[in-house]
Design a protein around this ligand. Structure first.
Ligand SMILES: Nc1nc2c(c(=O)[nH]1)N[C@H]1C(S)=C(S)[C@@H](COP(=O)(O)OP(=O)(O)OC[C@H]3O[C@@H](n4cnc5c(=O)[nH]c(N)nc54)[C@H](O)[C@@H]3O)O[C@H]1N2
Ligand SMILES: Nc1nc2c(c(=O)[nH]1)N[C@H]1C(S)=C(S)[C@@H](COP(=O)(O)OP(=O)(O)OC[C@H]3O[C@@H](n4cnc5c(=O)[nH]c(N)nc54)[C@H](O)[C@@H]3O)O[C@H]1N2
Ligand SMILES: [Mo]
Length: 674
């Protein structure tokens, strides 16, 4: 992205020289400048006054209050009673500092972030199968060169428009695209084959495809023998997923299953990609593993224009999950319960490893603990709007209200900030330096372009000042973001996500650098797994997976499947995009997609109002009748708050390994409203 013009009237353009997006921006990129000078932007810290209203106060007053509340909570309830909730939109430097702030300045175990709602299932699956998690372990151009692609639960044409040029080139070169989604999305409309599966049946679909690959001799037995372990139990498991059974579970016809297996199995190069559709499930890790099994059985992983990858979501979705804002993690993607990792990071931080906390609570479990016995009593939220984006949001809001003290840092008064005792205004992307790591694992620069408006401080300043006021200033004294990055590099040295050979100068000279990059002379690693895997014995691991019924299936009272996701013109909890006129015009309100047959059955009119209810509660949506969705399924976007919030409906059952909530499927009822 290139920014021109004065701070008062910035102009944004794509950078056609940049290798990843080649100048393409999505609609949200083109309109992003609209949030920089927005009249509703926060310009001063706010504190709740005696009447319960949020009123402007000085930075000193806000910081003094935060520190005294945090200290009081910790004196009364122990160090872990103060919690931190971060976000995947923060730069690498800020993610790293926030993790260090929690462990060193607060000494709390309880830090987690919104990436738990986003990337955690794919990350856990990649670590199980390959020993390491980098969203795409190959450069994004490989997509264009692949003969066949299976894209599972991704609506990339709306959620990642700049990446679609690679799919278009792939198709123009004669490649085949298969999309698995309960909806005929704009992405699926570009596919050669659309598998319109029942929500929550991804593992059955994958096992069904694998059954046919094995039956028809399309697997690569030499590769399986040389580079993997555990195939025998997968073969045994998928033997019971014969096509008629899989058709019954998934609703995908036997003919389509065979077609998909042939397209993948007969291609010389192929890529399997997953996104939130398959991952945001109570068995999201297993779903992802079942698709990784296909990539391994076909001998794809580690070869050019081939392999498995996950399409990472947020701006810094990849970097945000590497540097320690995760409850169980230290920088460099190290585990906080690994003694060697603790030793290494403690030595970089100049502290005693025994003072490092243990693993803390995962995102939803942290929110669920707020104000409870043994839970978090004071919370700092920096980079997330959990009132809108967390599952079972009515409950989460109630928990937030029960806190002793809540501080939220944001650009705007988000729904979460509205509940805070103290609100801190933060600098936006164009007003601070820092690095991000994109979906390919490429570390790139995001350059400072403007001074933030008067009264606003950037997160790095705020985190370091809070640390100083907590008596830990010696560990948080940095002259620049580059100094933070250098320390991050040292902390990551020898870990899975090794940044120690990356510098700002190297990033700028090379259009970014792919990690791992373990020393200065190293050029980075665009393609992983060419020499084996990051597992203990160097082999990739198969995992036998079974289809499980969703925990909260449709029944006579809640007869439909409800699934949730995104729209092109809105971003996440909508804090930014609901404030941009062009985007509001494109997507003015929350709508539910309903099939015409279902609409007739429930008396719903296109454009009319409806109420959806689930076992958690109800929410209201405008009806959009479309034949592009399964008859048994409703789709709602989660970009709105209040009574239009999809997460009033969603189920917070967590995946046992990743602790990812089940955003993508629950039983629901819909009725027309007068
Ligand atoms: N415009 C826009 N772009 C965005 C974002 C945004 O909010 N707005 N957010 C960014 C972020 S953080 C992320 S994580 C990415 C997410 O990007 P995507 O993963 O593409 O987004 P979703 O819309 O959540 O889900 C994708 C698809 O999953 C399908 N799906 C639902 N249930 C199932 C199921 O059971 N199985 C399968 N196979 N598919 C299912 C939905 O119909 C939907 O089309 O987008 C990023 N880009
Ligand atoms: N039902 C349902 N719910 C979902 C999903 C779904 O598919 N369905 N998807 C989940 C996924 S994948 C994700 S990623 C989450 C996202 O949901 P959230 O975590 O709520 O993400 P955002 O809306 O991006 O919220 C970020 C907030 O922090 C602010 N912010 C952004 N950058 C910064 C910064 O650098 N500093 C500070 N101080 N503030 C900043 C923004 O203004 C915004 O208010 O939602 C999850 N929730
Ligand atoms: Mo996400």
């Amino acid at each position: 992205m290139v920014i021109e013009g004065a701070a008062a009237d910035p102009k944004i353009a794509g950078n056609s020289e940049f290798p990843v997006n080649k100048g393409a921006l999505c609609i949200k990129g083109w309109t992003a400048a609209g949030t920089l000078n927005h009249p509703e932007r926060l310009r001063s810290p706010l504190m709740r006054d005696a009447d319960g209203r949020l009123a402007p106060v000085s930075w000193d007053a806000a910081m003094t209050r935060i520190v005294s509340e945090f200290k009081r909570t910790q004196e009364d309830y122990g160090a872990d009673a103060v919690g931190v909730f971060g976000g995947g939109s923060l730069t690498n430097e800020k993610s790293y500092l926030l993790g260090k702030f929690a462990r060193v300045a607060l000494g709390t175990a309880n830090i987690d972030y919104n990436g738990r709602f986003c990337m955690s299932s794919a990350a856990a699956a990649s670590i199980k199968a390959f020993g390491i998690d980098r969203g795409l372990p190959f450069p994004v151009e490989d997509i264009a060169g692949s003969e066949a692609i299976l894209l599972v639960g991704s609506n990339a044409s709306e959620t990642m428009p700049p990446i679609m040029q690679y799919f278009d080139t792939q198709r123009a070169n004669g490649g085949r695209l298969i999309v698995a989604d309960p909806r005929l999305t704009t992405t699926a409309q570009r596919a050669d084959l659309h598998l319109r599966l029942t929500p929550g049946t991804d593992a059955a679909l994958a096992n069904g495809i694998m059954h046919i690959l094995v039956r028809d001799g399309l697997i690569d037995t030499d590769y399986i023998e040389a580079h993997t372990e555990g195939f025998a139990s997968v073969r045994a498991t998928v033997s019971t997923y014969w096509p008629e059974r899989v058709e019954r579970i998934t609703g995908v016809s036997e003919a389509n299953l065979i077609q998909a297996a042939r397209m993948l199995g007969e291609a010389r190069t192929a890529i399997v990609l997953t996104a939130r559709g398959a991952e945001q499930q109570a068995q999201g890790v297993n779903n992802t593993l079942s698709f990784i099994n296909i990539a391994l059985a076909l001998g794809l992983v580690g070869k050019p224009n081939s392999g498995y990858g996950c399409l990472t979501g947020q701006g810094n979705g990849q970097g945000g999950r590497e540097h320690g804002q995760k409850a169980d993690q230290l920088p460099g993607y190290r585990k906080i319960d690994d003694p060697a990792a603790r030793e290494h990071v403690a030595s970089v931080w100049g502290i005693d490893p025994d003072t490092l906390p243990a693993p803390g609570k995962s995102a939803y479990e942290l929110l669920d603990s707020l104000g409870q016995e043994g839970g978090v009593r004071s919370l700092l939220v920096l980079g997330s709007n959990v009132v809108v984006s967390a599952p079972n949001a009515v409950h989460v809001e109630r928990r937030l209200r029960s806190l002793d003290f809540l501080v939220v840092s944001d650009f705007f008064l988000s729904e979460t900030a509205e509940l805070a005792d103290v609100v801190l205004p933060s600098a936006q992307w164009a007003e601070e330096d820092g690095t991000m790591t994109n979906l390919e694992g490429r570390v790139i620069m995001r350059k400072w372009a403007f001074e933030p408006p008067d009264g606003i401080r950037d997160d790095m300043q705020v985190i370091c000042e809070l640390a100083e006021r907590l008596g830990k200033g010696e560990h948080f004294s940095y002259g620049s973001t580059e100094e933070v990055f250098k320390e991050l590099g040292r902390a990551s040295a020898g870990g899975p996500a090794d940044y120690s050979g990356i510098s700002y100068a190297k990033i700028e000279a090379n259009d970014g650098v792919f990690w791992p990059c373990p020393d200065e002379g190293h050029a980075g690693t665009p393609r992983m797994f060419t020499q084996g895997f990051a597992t203990a014995n160097g082999k990739a691991q198969f995992h036998a997976v079974r289809h499980q019924q969703p925990a909260d299936p449709p029944n006579s009272k809640f007869p439909l499947y409800l699934t949730t996701g995104r729209l092109m013109a809105q971003y996440q909890s909508g804090t930014q995009t609901r404030r941009v006129a062009e985007l509001v015009e494109m997507s003015p309100e929350a709508t539910v997609e309903v099939h015409p047959t279902t609409a007739r059955l429930y008396g719903l009119l296109n454009g009319g109002r409806s109420r959806i209810s689930t076992r958690r509660g109800d929410a209201e949506f405008k009806v959009s009748v479309t034949a592009n969705i399964r008859e048994d399924t409703l789709f709602v976007p989660f970009h709105w708050g209040g009574i239009r919030a999809a997460n009033r409906l969603t189920n917070a059952t967590l995946d046992p390994t990743s602790r990812m909530p089940k955003f993508k499927v629950c039983g629901a009822m819909i009725e027309a409203m007068g």
